[in-house]
Design a protein around this ligand. Structure first.
Ligand SMILES: [Zn+2]
Length: 501
């Protein structure tokens, strides 16, 4: 079978344990922090901007699906085998990575096999996928909104391990939320060492009835995030101390509050609680917010400690000389890098500035909606709650949070300073129609132009009332032919007598 002219293959990226350990060994030698697990590292690797580094990491893949209009077989299994002959990496049937079952018993036998054998695999897996083989039946079964009805995942019982709860620590996040974390005696679980697990909130601690020194059962949800799922009460020491959620912030000693209906405790001291201040600045400079390079968590801690900054607005008053005075690790290049990053952030669009402020419940998506709908920080700051509620997808919680934020004089003062620093606090105006001189005309833009991008030409046409089409037809009024326009297009335009300007 030759391959059809057009086909789509789908597959899975994998990072073998072996490769993962090698990567960590190199990092250990260089004194760098170790990666936690292969899955997250694979995902992180795919986001890297440096193709050489990605290649060096040694990711692998295999194909689990082939789609095309012109396939010669109805069998999904046969199609995967065929993809293998075309040179794609496919799961090996002799290793039972893929298997065709004729009955439910056959499916169960496959599941049983991998339930035990998966631990010896070179990559972690949490289940198998069972599919209908006949593509005609697949089509008949169709899709739900999210997934095909002809494929279903079977998840193995998550692996559990017993270990000792040595202590509970409390982390204070950007919004003041206090999260309890179980400090455990390190234990091996699904191929990684687990020594900490989130306990989420006070309710979870109460539900588990945790005592210090307890033997606890930990499990990895989806083989990724470790969780404490149970306690071996029988083996508890008689004098064990129960875990009691603190009444005061572990960082600044201010009394914690718990809002009605919320599971989380908060430290209300947002101005004076050191981790909250640091996390807020980290959020502000983050990639999806102001995207200021060279300012990681440690650098921010350092700048805070040195008194160079106390809040986000202070970043814009920082001078290179001040950074150079910090001494160790700060050379001309790194200092200039940070200053350049801060300068560049002045052109970050309004919706991201709004997200960067870190207003509770105002995430990336909702910030975009608000920015588009309201248009400017000035208007937003002064909008009444009922007007805020009229914005698409803004409900009570977000409206209250916005009002709380902008009612605080210090937040208004911070916004004023950001404005003075030249940040963009207005949404970009959508260009109004410039005229209708090109009404009823259809253009095809093709090839490369010296002075304009194709997109800017298309925009100009549309803003003057013209239409842009991708292909030449009888309806085409004009072809804008740049360099390298395909000869077929030119022939067609000539045939149809389309003027060529
Ligand atoms: Zn605090």
């Amino acid at each position: 079978m030759t391959s059809p002219p057009e086909l789509e293959v789908r597959g899975e990226i994998i990072f073998t344990r072996d490769r993962f350990e090698k990567l960590n060994a190199v990092r250990a030698e260089a004194g760098e922090e170790l990666y936690a697990n292969p899955r997250n590292t694979a995902a992180g690797t795919l986001k890297l901007q440096d193709p050489k580094e990605v290649a060096r990491r040694g990711l692998d893949n295999f194909i689990y699906g082939v789609q095309s209009e012109q396939l010669a077989t109805r069998s999904h299994f046969a199609m995967i085998e065929q993809a293998g002959r075309w040179g794609f990496k496919t799961p090996d049937p002799t290793k039972r990575f893929i298997e065709k079952a004729e009955s439910v018993e056959g499916i169960m036998a496959f599941i049983d096999h991998w339930d035990t054998k998966r631990h010896a695999l070179e990559m972690a897996t949490d289940g198998v996928v069972i599919k209908v083989d006949d593509r005609h039946i697949q089509e008949e079964l169709g899709m739900t909104a999210k997934s095909p009805r002809w494929a279903i995942a079977y998840k193995f019982q998550a692996e559990q391990a017993l270990t000792r709860l040595n202590a509970v620590s409390y982390q204070v996040g950007r919004t003041g939320a206090v999260t309890p974390v179980a400090e455990l005696t390190p234990v091996q679980l699904s191929g990684t060492t687990v020594k900490r697990a989130s306990l989420f909130n006070a309710d979870q601690i109460a539900r588990l009835g945790l005592h210090i020194g307890d033997t606890v059962r930990v499990e990895k949800a989806g083989e990724i995030i470790p969780q404490v799922v149970g306690v071996e009460v029988a083996s508890r020491a008689p004098d064990a101390e129960p875990v009691i959620f603190p009444e005061h912030c572990p960082e600044c000693v201010v009394a914690l509050v718990r809002l009605e209906g919320e599971a989380q405790h908060y430290c209300p001291n947002d101005l004076g609680c050191p981790p909250q201040i640091a996390r807020r600045i980290e959020h502000f400079v983050g990639r999806k917010a102001m995207d200021i390079e060279g300012l990681g968590g440690e650098t921010i801690e350092l700048l805070l400690k040195a008194g160079l900054i106390h809040n986000i607005a202070d970043l814009y008053d920082m001078r290179k000389e001040q950074l150079l005075e910090l001494g160790k690790g700060w050379g001309e290049k790194s200092a200039q890098g940070v200053i350049d990053g801060i300068t560049a952030s002045r052109s970050v669009p309004f919706d991201r500035v709004l997200f960067a402020l870190g207003i509770r419940h105002v995430g990336e998506t909702i910030a975009k909606k608000i920015a588009r709908s309201v248009g400017s920080m000035d208007r937003l700051m002064n909008m009444a709650k009922e007007d805020l509620l009229a914005i698409d997808e803004v409900g009570e919680v977000v409206a209250d949070s916005l009002r709380d934020f902008f009612d605080a004089p210090r937040n208004r003062a911070a916004v004023d300073r950001l404005r003075a620093a030249g940040l963009r606090l207005e949404a970009e105006a959508i260009a109004p129609a410039a005229g209708d001189q090109l009404k009823d005309l259809t253009f095809v833009v093709s090839g490369v132009f010296e002075n304009f991008s194709r997109d800017s030409i298309k925009e100009a046409i549309e803003s003057h009332g013209g239409k842009v089409s991708g292909s030449i037809s009888k309806k085409t009024s004009f072809v804008l032919a740049g360099a390298d326009m395909g000869p077929a297009k030119r022939t067609k335009a000539d045939e149809l007598g389309v003027p060529d300007r």
